[in-house]
Write a protein that binds this ligand. Sequence first.
Ligand SMILES: Nc1ncnc2c1ncn2[C@@H]1O[C@H](COP(=O)(O)OP(=O)(O)O)[C@@H](O)[C@H]1O
Ligand SMILES: [Mg+2]
Length: 326
Amino acid sequence: MQSPSRLHTSLAKTIASGDSVSPRPSGPPPRFIFKPTMDAPLIVDIRHPIGAGGLSVVYPARVLCSNRKLAVKHLKPELRGNQFAVQGFVREAKILDHLNRELARLYPGTDSNPRPIPQSYGLIELNGHLFSVLELLDGSDLTYHLPHLSTRETVALGIETLDALELIHALGVLHHDLKPSNVFLHGPGGHPKILDFGVSRFAQDREVPATIEGTPAYLAPERANCEPGSRLSDLYSFGVMLYEQITGRLPFIPTASEENAANLQLVSMHLHEPPAFASVYNPLLPDALVKLVSGLLAKNPNDRPATAAAVKRELEGILPEISQPD
Ligand SMILES: Nc1ncnc2c1ncn2[C@@H]1O[C@H](COP(=O)(O)OP(=O)(O)O)[C@@H](O)[C@H]1O
Ligand SMILES: [Mg+2]
């Protein structure tokens, strides 16, 4: 089997050689083959997308003549002219590359399993289309699991997710779009991996965003206010996820039905409206959990717990209080 670094080189060569994407010559169903000079041609099965988000569609792929399975994330063609989308797609590849290099340095000799993110193999540009090549994760994202998780499972999963987030923060990256579809439960144990660094930033950048970036329902107030954001903004979004998981509803639900109006309403709610205590929707929750979620949703970042590790410790303290599945 090819080593990741070898594959990386092959794909980089493909970018350099400007190979084209060509549909298969014989009839449907079509699939893309990247060819011909690279030593590891990649076959992408465009018939069976495995996921999609605001920016991209994700397909399963495999390296020809090897069992290595991959995921190929394709920037939606209609977004090719959108500079924010393209910049985000390219920045995501850079951030994943940085994180994976640092993780390889920190955990030499381990495969991708202990990583908090998918392994990444670089970006390909072909005929004006952008593709990001990733490890194919095995499982599904949290949107699928959300309705089935008990409070105890949610807290246990939260603890693992915070480990992943703490590591990402320690490696100098702010995620800025934590939400259920960007947390993937991978492998037989369903261990969380954090996906989608499309609006992420290197913490040192302190760049003031030109627009509001992220997902309105999970957006920290300071980012709704177009400030650069910090680790504490990720903790707010984590708090929204936790609230959603333990109550079955988001803390803020807009009344407007038209998308832009609803998003504006959400921005205003994050900025100004206090969320109802989680216990209003789930009276069985332990007080400490209700208090922790309220703290994570504090409008002022300095009123939130200081780090992902601190939130993890609190959840670890709460877990024994939740003995029964609900
Ligand atoms: N490496 C992967 N392996 C398996 N599924 C993936 C992988 N990356 C993404 N997905 C699936 O595709 C969906 C969209 O990917 P994501 O990176 O979040 O794209 P977007 O930036 O468009 O939101 C995810 O919610 C997840 O379900
Ligand atoms: Mg996503």
